[in-house]
Design a protein around this ligand. Structure first.
Ligand SMILES: Nc1nc2c(c(=O)[nH]1)N[C@H]1C(S)=C(S)[C@@H](COP(=O)(O)O)O[C@H]1N2
Ligand SMILES: [Mo]
Length: 439
């Protein structure tokens, strides 16, 4: 039974370092392979939509910038699109919903391989050390990505948490480790999936691991003869079948998927979003969710009274009252606010085209815009830059009204940015200054 002692002749300490400490009869190559397959399909979707979100975040959020100023490893394959207008709501809804849904599967997968964490001796050879190190990087970066993602959703990206960069760099480490691990383990997983009889109820057959074999496989041909087997050498009686285990993990995962889908579809589906931490403030036409209220942004009543002026900088500087904004040509579009946290809400916005404001400031051609808010909070969200494709789109507005009424204070009164397929965080509220620069 003492696998390690036989291999190395080293005395194995008591406790988890002994193979027979791990007694669940459910562990085995088939279970690990099935969970691994689910992750092999799901994690690339999460990784790709995450990289797309980083692309959509360009050209950066003022101080919240990932890219030119902060680092050089910034993978931005193309300028983010403005069509369809629900593009970011969709990609980010997929990212967050599937990401959350995979969390129970990741935990189950880690549980299924935990005896290997306690292999003895801890390190057998330089190659073995390298393999274990790569697993630490893989598991560590995966946990870091899940936890930073969940914290960001829970606390609506608080200022103490430099989320975009942390989550982005963590993702780069994770993607490299994941690709290596998947490539190395693919043959093992395929062999594991071919094992027969592992979905049995385990009624009295405690030695499932010892008896189940792939067709044509003999017990002696383990792919890596020094690796501890996943099957317990000394299994306890089963209290739970593998079917029930997979059913529980699957049901938890499905529940999280539905809650995420409800969040990102919005409307009456939002009721499915039982984990929704953001507040639904106001009622009537302004009754839809916000991430950060005017109170959180420390907006004072005197900031937004009749003395408010929008400063538009460009070739020349123009100062506009809210009345003067309302006297400019108004345009109305249905556009989603789509937050990085995966929730979104589509409303009917009315306001002035950004390109009309650019022209007013004397910049007729392609222009980028940097908007700054009246907000006095720590500043991660009170400014953002839009690219020239985004400014040029006719649906990109400085909105003054929503659903036929004035914006409420929590939705950004006197004026806020809104545009097609923009991440929510680029839609600066309580705008004070807009600076247009020739692109
Ligand atoms: N000034 C300012 N603008 C802001 C924010 C903020 O905190 N301050 N939050 C941003 C974020 S993260 C999102 S998702 C959207 C939310 O828009 P809503 O509050 O209208 O739902 O506003 C964005 N604009
Ligand atoms: Mo957001």
């Amino acid at each position: 039974m003492d696998f390690e002692r036989r291999v190395e002749g080293v005395r194995t300490p008591r406790g988890p370092f002994r193979a027979d400490f791990w007694r669940s009869p459910l562990r085995g190559r088939w279970l690990t392979s099935v969970l691994g397959l689910a992750l092999l399909i799901g994690l690339p979707i999460v990784a790709i939509t995450g990289l797309l979100s980083n692309t959509a975040y360009q050209p950066g959020l003022g101080q919240n910038l990932i890219g030119t100023q902060v680092n050089r490893i910034n993978f931005v394959p193309f300028a983010w699109l403005t069509r369809p207008s629900w593009l970011y709501a969709f990609t980010q809804g997929v990212h967050v919903s599937i990401g959350l849904a995979l969390f129970p599967i990741v935990l189950a997968k880690l549980w299924s391989v935990i005896p290997r964490l306690f292999e003895w001796p801890i390190v057998r050879s330089p190659a073995h050390a390298l393999e274990r190190l790569s697993l630490i990087v893989l598991v560590g970066s995966a946990m870091f990505e899940f936890l930073t993602g969940i914290l960001d959703i829970q606390f609506a990206a608080p200022a103490w948490f430099y989320f975009p960069s942390a989550h982005y760099y963590g993702a780069l480490v994770f993607i490299v480790a994941f690709v290596l691990h998947a490539a190395l383990k693919l043959p093992t997983m395929r062999r594991g999936l071919r094992l027969r009889g592992e979905l049995k109820a385990l009624d009295g057959d405690h030695r499932a691991g010892a008896t189940v074999r792939a067709p044509g496989e003999s017990l002696g041909t383990s792919p890596s003869p020094v690796q501890r087997p996943l099957e317990s050498p000394n299994p306890a009686p089963a209290t739970f079948s593998r079917r029930a285990l997979l059913g529980t993990v699957g049901a938890g995962s499905l529940l999280l998927l539905l809650q995420g889908a409800g969040e990102s579809l919005g409307g009456s589906f939002r009721r499915l979003g039982f984990l929704a931490p953001h507040v639904n403030v106001g009622s009537g036409p302004n009754g839809f969710p916000v991430n950060h209220t005017a109170a959180v942004a420390l907006i004072q009543p005197t900031d937004v009274d009749d003395s408010w002026r929008l400063t538009v900088n460009g070739e020349r500087t123009v100062r506009l009252s809210r009345r003067e904004l309302l006297d400019m040509p108004q345009h109305t579009y249905d556009l989603p606010v789509a937050c990085v946290e995966g929730w979104s809400t589509t409303q009917r916005w009315t306001g002035v085209r950004l390109r009309d404001l650019a022209a007013l400031a004397g910049i007729g051609e392609a222009a980028t815009v940097h908007s700054v808010s009246l907000g006095r909070d720590a500043g991660l969200f009170n400014q953002a830059t839009l690219g020239h494709e985004q400014v040029a789109d006719e649906r990109s507005l400085l909105a003054v009204r929503v659903n036929g009424v004035d914006l409420s204070l929590d939705h950004g009164y006197p004026a806020r940015v809104i545009g097609p397929a923009l991440p929510g965080v680029h839609c600066t509220k309580w705008v004070r200054t807009m600076t247009f620069t020739r692109a």
